[in-house]
Design a protein around this ligand. Sequence first.
Ligand SMILES: N=C(N)NCCC[C@H](NC(=O)[C@@H]1CCC/C1=C\[C@H](COP(=O)(O)O)NC(=O)[C@@H](N)Cc1ccccc1)C(N)=O
Length: 174
Amino acid sequence: GLPPNWEVRHSQSKNLPYYFNSAEKVSRWEPPAGTDTEKLKNYMAVYHSNKGLAAGTGEDRQPGKIRAAHLLVKHRDSRRPSSWRENQITRSKEEAHAIIEAHERRIKSGEVSLGQLALTESDCSSARKQGDLGYFGRGDMQKEFEDAAFALKAGEISGIVDTASGLHLIERLE
Ligand SMILES: N=C(N)NCCC[C@H](NC(=O)[C@@H]1CCC/C1=C\[C@H](COP(=O)(O)O)NC(=O)[C@@H](N)Cc1ccccc1)C(N)=O
């Protein structure tokens, strides 16, 4: 289900599939616009089983990897001030901070889980998976995010973490 000239490739270093356009010679982590993700899901399941990886997860349980979920609130100074929620994000960093602080209070009071809130409030494409980023190791994420995530014990939730992407709350899952 990929548009013409696009193909799925496998990143050895990240042990993750990525998308490559052989005509324009561009690659990206997210499927290109116009991808039929339903068909792609089946393709990926076959792809993973062929590669001997657990179908659809694409994660390996190498030591040194952790799994985390996050809730991202972007602002106009984010490196990519756009998301599935809002085509052009214009809120200030201060406004984003007030928003994510309110999310943090509700999560840490036990009123709602980070995953539940991420579903509707996170500016990351992982929102549809309740913020679940899958397994990652050192070197995969931006440094501030990596340091905060690796400092957590499984089940713990971070404070507000500031990266070039925006403001995050992180929950370490494994
Ligand atoms: N699993 C990986 N290795 N995927 C590559 C991560 C690249 C990495 N990303 C980050 O450090 C931040 C922290 C977490 C999410 C994220 C940023 C952005 C949102 O911000 P923006 O790039 O618009 O600025 N979301 C992503 O990347 C998503 N693909 C994460 C994801 C989504 C769905 C399923 C799995 C992972 C980086 N080195 O930039």
